[in-house]
Design a protein around this ligand. Sequence first.
Ligand code: TEU
Length: 564
Amino acid sequence: MAEDNADDWWRNAVVYEVYPRSFNDANGDGEGDFRGIIDKLDYLHDLGVDALWLTPFYPSPLADGGYDVADYCGVDPRFGTLQQFANLVAGAHERGIRVIIDIVPNHTSDKHPWFTKALHSAPGSKERNRYIFHVGRGEHGEQPPTNWLSNFGGSAWEPCGDGWYYLHSFAKEQPDLNWDNPQVRQDFLDILRFWCERGVDGFRIDVSHGLVKDLKEPLRDRPDPTLMSPQAADGSDPVWDRDGVHEVYRQWRELLDRYSPVKYAVGESWTPFTPRVYQYARQDELGSIFDFSLQKAAWDRDDYRKIIERTSECATAAGSAPVWVLGNHDVPRLASRIGLPKGTDVEHWVTSNGTDPGIDPAQAERRARADALLMLGLPGTAFIYQGDELGLPEDLDLQPADLQDPIWERSGHRFKGRDGCRVPLPWNSDSVSFGFSQSGHPWLPQPAWYARYAVSNQERLPGSMLNLYRAAIAARRRWIRPGDEAEWLADGEYAEYGLGWRVSSGLEVLVNFSSDHAIRLPENATVMLNSRPEITDCANNQVPPETAVWYFRGTLASRSKENR
Ligand code: TEU
């Protein structure tokens, strides 16, 4: 690993999200596992990523895909063992790839011994005080204590049968921990230390804005309980984004900074954008925070410009770097979302885990390719969700019997949930389960059209999405530096259809958002990367619609000399 930026490696890193259950199955049980990931480390190395983020692999009943953790210091046998985890970390490090793991501090599984003990202990006991238990309202406690709702639908309070309830902001199998309890704080410091000592390089913090609740009596209702994020960006919501949570992360940062190199952390706060969210990115706290704005945006030049500007400003003001996310395991895949017809409410479509409102596949693919060059051309940290490098579309065909996400049941079958982006990856178009599993029975069925997207096919095609990602990541490593800032190219040049920016190496990125206008590049532009495989160079310096290019002014040879 490079020594020169050992603490700051993440500031321009490309991080690849692995959803272990769906990545690669080596033991043939239909679910991915650690050995499967180890077998693909060379693939990830060839892709060029700087780090892996593994979503939860801890022992879990999988009521929420592993975000219901029953033991924070173990490995679920379906994924492997602690020894295999060590092998995975060692194998990644040998290839210069860092490893980030997921920490889920807002809630545990209801099968965690902390919770089973709490349930069997008396109200007011120290066991119960690890969680948030409360008596119900009404004469006999027959109503929930407040109007708070679960993110997955229904009340956030589950009755225990004796007039008491426990709080769960997600599924009822995910009871919320009580972060007012010093024991809970201590336990998580121990958990972080446990994994730091096993060589992980950083952490992704689940629901980082949720931990601390206002538990002052009497408990307060939320003005609009259907919103699952803070209603006013001022810390006044009793559940989300409370000021008190920052004290937790300051303590964590003290611990993470004791290591050399220091450990990375990124917060996950699924909230509408407010500058307040960047408090998590302060350098004495987590240090960085995901920005999900592009995941909820329509393919629109002005919206993108606004987002890129405000995210870059806020991240820089916090001493951090922007963290770009185009896809993850919670939302319909980029390669479908980006093709939504004009006028679709993207945020609603994303959170209701869609049906097909008339996506034009060719257009969606063009835009997804341009979007990849856009994100990888921006300074900051870029997160890629497994399969997005293949341009995999969302699987909108899953049938009710296939669905496993708790959202499906908890929403009373109104929302299908997030399984469509979690379908196991296609590695080989000619093998059973497309090379994912010898079992022939992947835990979610793969559609027949997955064959076209298989790695084996894309490796052979110079213009494939996979090869575009590889080329862009390699070029980014060379031309985008930690601490770079995007300098907008004068609007006049690209007028109303495009966005263009320059970074310190002189690399310029141009994205043409229009679906019918070409944009002219400067006369002396040398194009280095082009998102359209069928167009080998930009004839007459014209960048066609829905296309992105990376170029330099002058010749590439002169640049290479300067940068040596
Ligand atoms: O997600 C947090 C979260 O708020 C999401 O549930 C989001 O609201 C939803 O997916 C949008 O459609 C994290 C994890 O990424 C997610 O997989 C878990 O289910 C959730 O926390 C609970 O741990």
